[in-house]
Design a protein around this ligand. Structure first.
Ligand SMILES: Cc1ncc(COP(=O)(O)O)c(C=O)c1O
Length: 377
């Protein structure tokens, strides 16, 4: 077919083929980025659905007003700072917000800073607009950093893929750096509600409100099927993103906006959040124990305080793209590290998700991986 030139560089089809294999029957998969089915609010949604006043119309492109008002109140209280409904855009998942931002802000050749380990599907949204990427380490940006470019993309809490959270001091440095160079910061935060004990620090959005587009999503807490993302920024930026969204899908599903709005005001929703934080803390603890028990000394890993992921570093000589294929034959799966690297490096790393396997599967699967790694040393 006579596809547009940009299509070639949009995404890497080998990655989706690789991820499909992790879902084969009989595999203990630590690969998925999806929430556990046991941590989604099925009972709550079943209760709410019959009570929903069904409206089958289009909604305003920016999102249902009452939902934006509710969210403005929730974020004003949570951040102890005034957020107004005109600062909020409802998107079809935060993935759509990433595409809208790229559409509105990126000219061909604009410099976009991304972490040297990043959520690679964000790049799939940016690629069509042909930016030039430059890798940065969020942990190392200093307040005086000369970050000349257009955009910077960071995941501030329990990052995908590393599980790391940007410290409070580092958030200040990043805010100072983006303000100094008038950069646009995309602060992507789909995992912030999944903290195990302490709530993560306040978002960078509060330290550099004029420069930041804060994104969050209900995917990991209510379910990806709701396809509901929330963008918070200045009214001017929100208006521009809304204009771009009109040409993309006119509006996010009104039914799903109504449903999410109802869930937010259910008293039991807070209990649900408390339950799933405990649930994932237990899963993460089980994986950390299994890693400690089974892995050889030459392997290290992150110890996240929330989210769904652990990042592992193996000795240099092990290529995780090769290890991945061997692991599948032994019945375990992970995501090889190179997939998250904009430069395609970090071949000795891998991402593990503790979300979906049972506690027993976590132990068995980690023991399988450990044996495989030992036999490759
Ligand atoms: C860092 C990050 N941003 C955005 C998304 C997309 O989320 P949504 O389901 O809201 O489109 C994901 C999904 O895994 C993610 O990990």
């Amino acid at each position: 077919m006579n596809f547009a030139k940009r299509f070639k560089s949009i995404s890497d089809p080998t990655v989706s083929d690789l991820l499909k294999l992790t879902e084969s029957p009989g595999i203990i998969s630590f690969a998925g980025g999806t929430p556990s089915a046991d941590a989604l609010p099925y009972a709550l949604i079943k209760k709410i659905l019959p009570e929903l006043e069904i409206d089958l119309q289009y909604t305003p492109t920016q999102g249902i007003k009452s939902l934006r008002e509710r969210l403005a109140k929730i974020y004003s209280d949570k951040w102890n700072s005034k957020i107004t409904p005109d600062q909020i855009l409802i998107t079809s998942g935060s993935q759509q917000a990433l595409d809208l931002i790229a559409k509105v802000f990126i000219n061909k050749g604009d410099k976009v800073f991304v972490e040297n380990l990043t959520y690679f599907v964000a790049l799939y949204a940016f690629n069509a607009y042909e930016p030039k990427y430059q890798s940065i380490s969020a942990e190392k940006i200093s307040g005086e950093e000369k970050l000349s470019g257009k955009l910077i993309y960071l995941v501030s809490n329990f990052q995908n893929p590393t599980g790391k959270t940007i410290s409070e001091i580092q958030r200040r440095n990043i805010a100072n750096a983006v303000i100094a160079k008038d950069l646009i910061l995309i602060e992507d935060d789909p995992y912030g509600e999944l903290f195990f004990s302490d709530c993560p620090p306040k978002p960078i959005a509060l330290l550099a409100p004029e420069n930041t587009i804060y994104l969050t999503s209900v995917s990991k807490i209510m379910g990806p099927a709701l396809r509901l993302g929330i963008a918070i920024s200045t009214p001017e930026t929100i208006q521009a993103l809304t204009r771009a969204k009109t040409g993309m899908d006119l509006c996010t599903s009104g039914l799903l906006q109504q449903l999410a709005g109802k869930i937010l005001i259910e008293p039991k929703y807070q209990d649900h959040l408390i339950r799933i934080r405990k649930f994932y803390a237990g899963k993460c603890g089980a994986m950390l124990s299994a890693l400690k028990k089974h892995m050889p000394d030459s392997v290290s890993w992150t110890k996240p305080e929330g989210g769904l992921f652990i990042w592992m570093e193996l000795p240099d000589k092990i290529d995780t793209a090769v290890l991945y294929k061997k692991a599948l034959t032994k019945g375990a799966a992970f995501v090889p590290g190179y997939i998250f690297s904009p430069t395609g490096k970090l071949n000795n790393c891998l991402r593990l998700s503790f979300a979906s396997p049972t506690l027993a599967e976590i132990n068995t699967g980690i023991a399988t991986l450990a044996n495989l790694i030992k036999s490759n040393l």
